[in-house]
Design a protein around this ligand. Structure first.
Ligand code: IPD
Ligand code: CA
Ligand code: CA
Length: 262
């Protein structure tokens, strides 16, 4: 398959970058505030994205990079027309700083807007979730079974409690019946990891009202490969050039959740 070499390279780079992050949690992490004390960036976010940018430039100089830290500047391209790597060098930076666990690297490859490859790597647990479109999804090389349908009453639902207080994206009261009717509520603090966990059934759905392409690029590939749902809250395809509302779940469950937002 034409994407195989790219897939193998991306997995090897991610393993190496992840080992680096794993070692770095033992060291003092230098933290900077982006917009506030709850919006962080570290030297490691930038270094990790830089690492991918160099590898991609060396192997695929014609490709573009959509990375959270904006390492590669002056790129002029249309997402729908080009080959683009979508990278979150550390998803869950607050966890990286405060917990030293529950953070991941999220790397995806989109070809003319088509989700092709996704890798989500948790370097502390050494769990790599990966998928190439049409070739199945895997955790550490072991094939993941397609997702079974699920209902809210048996589900663990993940969302940030921030969305239950007044905000400009959603009426938080709409989440109350979900909290009431679900088996339980969880929140990890890394969008990519929440999606990876849906793929193996550790949680059943993840709702968010403002995610960026790099948070979810890889998760979309992995979840779709398993028959899971990955759409906006209202069921449309996610726009990879903008922030979106998002609903990820095992099959069927999204429909049950969506009815609370109508
Ligand atoms: C954040 C995490 C978090 C989500 C935020 C993201 P970052 O990414 O995925 O779980 O709620 O919306 O921005 O800043 O740690 O890469
Ligand atoms: Ca992120
Ligand atoms: Ca990040």
């Amino acid at each position: 398959m034409k994407y195989n070499p790219l897939y193998e390279l991306a997995k090897a780079w991610t393993k190496e970058a992840g080992e680096n992050l794993r070692k770095s949690v033992q060291e003092t992490i230098e933290v900077e505030f982006k917009t506030s004390a709850s919006d962080l960036v570290t030297k490691k976010d930038r270094e990790t994205e830089q690492y991918y940018a160099e590898k991609i430039k060396q192997h695929y100089p014609e490709h573009f990079i959509l990375g959270e830290e904006g390492t590669v500047q002056d790129q002029d391209y249309e997402f729908e027309k080009e080959k683009v790597w979508v990278i979150d060098p550390i998803d869950g930076t607050t966890n990286f700083v405060n917990q030293k666990m529950n953070f991941v690297i999220s790397v995806a490859f989109y070809d003319e807007g088509e989700p092709v490859m996704g890798i989500i790597y948790d370097p502390i647990k050494d769990e790599m979730f990966h998928a190439l479109k049409g070739k199945g999804a895997y955790m550490n090389g072991e094939k993941i079974s397609r997702l079974r349908e699920g209902s809210l009453k048996e589900a663990l639902i993940s969302f940030n409690s921030f969305w239950t207080i007044p905000n400009d994206k959603v009426d938080g009261k709409k989440l109350y019946p979900i909290i009431e009717n679900a088996r339980g509520i969880r929140y990890i603090g890394s969008a990519a990891l929440e999606i990876a966990w849906i793929s193996i059934g550790r949680i059943d759905a993840y709702i968010d009202f403002r995610l960026s392409p790099w948070d979810i690029g890889a998760g979309i590939v992995i979840l779709k490969e398993l028959g899971g749902e990955a759409t906006t809250l209202t069921g449309e395809e996610i726009d990879m050039t903008n922030t979106s509302t998002t609903l990820f779940s095992r099959p069927g469950l999204a429909t049950e959740i969506r009815k609370y937002f109508n």
